[in-house]
Design a protein around this ligand. Structure first.
Ligand code: BDR
Ligand code: CA
Length: 329
C-alpha cells in the first residue's frame, strides 16, 4: 500500500480524484492539504469537508488549509468552470427537512499551514510518502523553501499540470495549475525530487460524457451517485458551451490512476522547464518529447497516453461499486 498526501484545490475533478483515492485499497491517504486555485482556499477547504462527508469514515486523513494566494502573482480562479462554490453549487442543496444534502464531515483541521503539514508528513514517512498535487503548486514550493533537504525525502511527486503538445486551457500555451502559480511550478521542477506528470495531453484523452455519467449513476441510487450528478452539472454545461461536448475531462483523477494502475498509462522521461516571465507564454511548460528511446537528462516522467476505456471503467467501479446500497436520505 502506498502512503500518499493529496494537495488539492477542490474543484469538481479534484473531488472525483479524492473520492477515487479514498476508494483505492492500493493507497493510504495520510493527509490532505488545500490551496487556492479553482476557488479561494477557504472555499476549497469547505469543499474538502463536504467531499469527505460523503464517505462516512471513523477516522479521516490529517487535514490542513494551505496558501490563499500564489507565490508572486495575484490569484486567478476558475469558478466559471467549477461553479460559484467550486463544486457545481452543491453547497446550496438541501433535503426536505432543511439539512444540507451533502453535509460536511465532522473532521478536525490541523493547526498547521499546508506547507507545515506537508513537511511533518514527509518527516514521519521519510522516503515513503508520495505527494499527489492536483492544484497550483504553491504549498509544495513553500514547503521546499522552508526545508529543501527534508523535502528530498519525498518518495515522489505525482502532479496534474502542464501541457506539451496541445493547446492550453487558460491560454494557448498554458494549463491552469501551472498558469496560476508558474513560480511555484518552476521551483518544484527544479527541486530534484522524482516527478511524474499528468498533463492535459493525457487528461484530454479521457472524456466523461453526460450520457455515460447518467447511465452509471442511474443504476446506483446512492449519495455518491447523486453527488456525481449534482456536482458535475455546471461544469458539463460549461464544456457544452465552450469545449464542444456535454461532459467533462476528469483531469485530477488521472494521477490517482497512475499510482494504482500504472499499466493503463505510458510515460516518457523529459526535462521540463516552466516559463515564469513570458508576456504571452506565462505558465508554459516546455519539454522536448521527441525520441523517447534516447537517454538524456530528465527531471520528470511525463504521461503521454492512457487506455481511456479501461481507466473510465476502473473509475466507476471504484467510485460506485455495483454492490453499494448506501441510499440517499
Ligand atoms: C486543472 O485545473 C483545474 O481547474 C482542475 O481542477 C485541474 O486540476 C486542469 O487544468
Ligand atoms: Ca485541481
Amino acid at each position: 500500500m502506498k502512503r500518499i498526501l493529496i494537495d488539492a484545490d477542490p474543484g469538481v475533478d479534484d473531488a472525483l480524484a479524492i473520492l477515487l483515492a479514498m476508494n483505492s485499497p492500493e493507497l493510504f491517504v495520510e493527509a490532505i492539504t488545500t490551496v487556492s486555485g479553482n476557488i479561494h482556499v477557504d472555499q476549497a477547504t469547505e469543499n474538502l469537508f463536504r467531499i469527505l462527508g460523503l464517505l462516512k469514515m471513523s477516522e479521516y486523513p490529517l487535514l490542513a488549509k494551505g496558501e490563499n494566494r500564489p507565490l508572486v502573482l495575484p490569484l486567478l480562479t476558475a469558478a466559471h468552470v467549477h461553479g460559484e462554490d467550486g463544486l457545481g453549487n452543491v453547497s446550496t442543496l438541501y433535503n426536505q427537512d432543511g439539512n444540507p444534502l451533502y453535509p460536511p464531515a465532522d473532521a478536525d483541521i490541523a493547526d498547521l499551514s499546508g506547507a507545515e503539514l506537508i513537511l511533518e508528513m514527509v518527516d514521519r514517512y521519510a522516503d515513503e510518502l508520495t505527494l499527489v498535487a492536483l492544484g497550483p503548486l504553491t504549498n509544495i514550493a513553500l514547503a521546499m523553501r522552508k526545508d529543501p533537504i527534508k523535502m528530498r525525502k519525498l518518495h515522489a511527486i505525482v502532479l496534474m499540470g502542464g501541457v506539451f503538445r496541445e493547446y492550453g486551457n487558460v491560454t494557448t500555451t498554458a494549463e491552469f495549475n501551472i498558469y496560476v502559480d508558474p513560480h511555484a511550478a518552476h521551483e518544484v521542477f527544479s527541486s530534484g525530487i522524482p516527478i511524474q506528470v499528468a498533463p492535459l495531453d493525457v487528461t484530454h484523452q479521457v472524456v466523461l460524457t453526460g450520457e455515460r455519467l447518467s447511465a452509471e449513476t442511474e443504476e446506483q441510487q446512492c449519495l455518491v451517485s447523486s453527488f456525481l450528478r449534482d456536482s458535475t452539472k455546471a461544469c458539463m454545461e460549461f464544456y457544452r458551451q465552450h469545449v464542444g461536448f456535454y461532459g467533462l475531462h476528469i483531469h485530477d483523477a488521472l494521477p490517482i490512476g497512475m499510482l494504482t494502475h500504472p499499466h493503463f498509462f505510458k510515460s516518457i522521461d523529459a526535462y521540463v522547464q516552466v516559463e515564469t516571465e513570458g508576456n504571452l507564454t506565462r505558465g508554459m511548460t516546455i519539454a522536448d518529447l521527441r525520441d523517447s528511446r534516447q537517454e538524456r537528462t530528465h527531471n520528470a516522467s511525463i504521461c503521454i497516453e492512457v487506455d481511456a476505456d479501461r481507466f473510465l471503467n476502473h473509475f466507476f467501479s471504484r467510485l460506485i461499486p455495483k454492490s453499494k446500497t448506501n441510499t440517499r436520505q
